[in-house]
Design a protein around this ligand. Structure first.
Ligand SMILES: NC(=O)c1ccc[n+]([C@@H]2O[C@H](COP(=O)([O-])OP(=O)(O)OC[C@H]3O[C@@H](n4cnc5c(N)ncnc54)[C@H](O)[C@@H]3O)[C@@H](O)[C@H]2O)c1
Length: 356
């Protein structure tokens, strides 16, 4: 299943997208297009009108954002498939951001023990991260990505022209994952991203391919996250705490913003434990703060509520990815909750001036 990566198609137009879709769907008994309300409104008509291969497809439209990564919506989508008596030759096309590819990948990997599926990510986050690597999941109660599978799509279609209407908040969210890729794997990418005059689809599109390469290279070497794939979690152990808390308290913080806050704290902790040179940590944190500010202060109780439910926590020990240097991450660092709380205070006291 994981010996190779899915077929990757780079498409500059709907015509090319139609062609890229054909091999996977030509023998399908039923074609479903899973999407969210926003993407459906912007691209739904255009997609089916421009792609002759989708003439007889069925849309399944779910709420936008994290609300679709729930047990109820998973049941709703599977309910639709069973109602139509969809068989194992059905194909699911996941047409949306990371929430849709996460949800749809899970549906397709468990329905009738697996049907073919295609990812067409429509956000920058999806193109450079969420649709790459074969991780599929929904959230459960307060735990992000708690229920999921590893399964690559049969085909992955990257069509950057779909990004024209993407809101700036979503661009900034994806940018955080690009910065993460740079920090764990490519110092020259870090420098290039830090030198950008502005953060927009125009300035970031040229980096999509490099980001896919970085993630694919790691995933190929360690598909099931037993070793170096853990590096991709840099910023995520703490980022998921902000994200879970944000979902419960309806804060509307994006995934990337939470990851950026997680990377700020992880950089502080990297210096505290003697790994990362303090000047290097300052460079990283100052850049991150310039785009994402500093994280909100969470109290001890909030931290402990979420962090011990994190998938990376084992035997009650919090394990984090830290940095030895830019491009040189280290894994399985056991960090105490007290150290995390101290890093939160230190971040505020040392970098407050950045915000003034
Ligand atoms: N599986 C993985 O490896 C992986 C990696 C990173 C992130 N993720 C997951 O991805 C999710 C975040 O993904 P996301 O940032 O794409 O969020 P998202 O799917 O919620 O999309 C963000 C917003 O953009 C809208 N949108 C989507 N495409 C659009 C377009 N072309 N034009 C205008 N608006 C558009 C959506 O409707 C939504 O409101 C999180 O749930 C995260 O856990 C998974």
């Amino acid at each position: 299943m994981f010996e190779s990566l899915p077929d990757l198609h780079w498409c500059e137009s709907m015509l090319e997208l139609n062609k890229a879709l054909s091999p996977t769907i030509e023998e399908a008994s039923i074609i479903y297009i899973l999407t969210d309300e926003n993407v459906y409104n912007i691209w739904g008509n255009d997609l089916v009108e421009s792609c002759s291969s989708l003439a007889h497809s069925n849309f399944i439209v779910v709420p936008a954002g994290e609300q679709c990564k729930t047990w109820d919506i998973l049941g709703h989508v599977i309910g639709q498939l069973t109602e139509d008596a969809a068989d194992r030759k059905s194909v699911l096309i996941n047409f949306g951001g990371g929430t849709i590819t996460d949800l749809g990948g899970l549906v397709a990997s468990i329905y009738k023990r697996g049907i073919d599926f295609v990812h067409i990510p429509t956000t920058l986050m999806g193109m450079i991260d969420a649709a790459i690597g074969g991780k599929n999941a929904i959230n459960f109660e307060t735990t992000k990505n708690c229920i999921g599978t590893f399964q690559h799509p049969d085909s992955l279609i990257i069509a950057p022209f779909l990004l024209t209407d993407l809101p700036q908040k979503e661009i900034l969210s994806a940018f955080a994952e690009m910065l993460k890729h740079a920090l764990i794997a490519d110092e020259s990418l870090w420098k290039s991203l830090c030198n950008l005059d502005n953060i927009s689809i125009q300035t970031l599109a040229p980096f999509i391919k490099r980001n896919i390469q970085i993630k694919n290279k790691i995933v190929l070497q360690d598909p099931y996250e037993e070793n170096i794939r853990k590096f991709l979690n840099f910023g995520h152990t703490l980022g998921h705490v902000f994200e879970s808390h944000g979902i419960i308290t309806q804060k509307n913080w994006s995934h990337g913003q939470c990851v950026a806050w997680g990377m700020e704290l992880a950089s502080i902790i990297s210096t505290e434990v003697g790994k990362l040179n303090p000047n290097m940590a300052n460079e990283i944190i100052e850049n991150l703060i310039s785009w994402y500010g500093t994280p909100p202060d969470l109290n001890h109780q909030v931290w402990s509520t979420y962090i011990f439910n994190d998938k990376k926590t084992e035997f009650g020990e919090i394990k984090m990815i830290l940095l030895d240097n830019i491009g040189y991450p280290s894994k399985d660092n056991i960090v105490s909750l007290e150290t995390i709380l101290e890093s939160q205070s230190k971040l505020k006291s040392s970098f407050q001036h950045e915000l003034e």
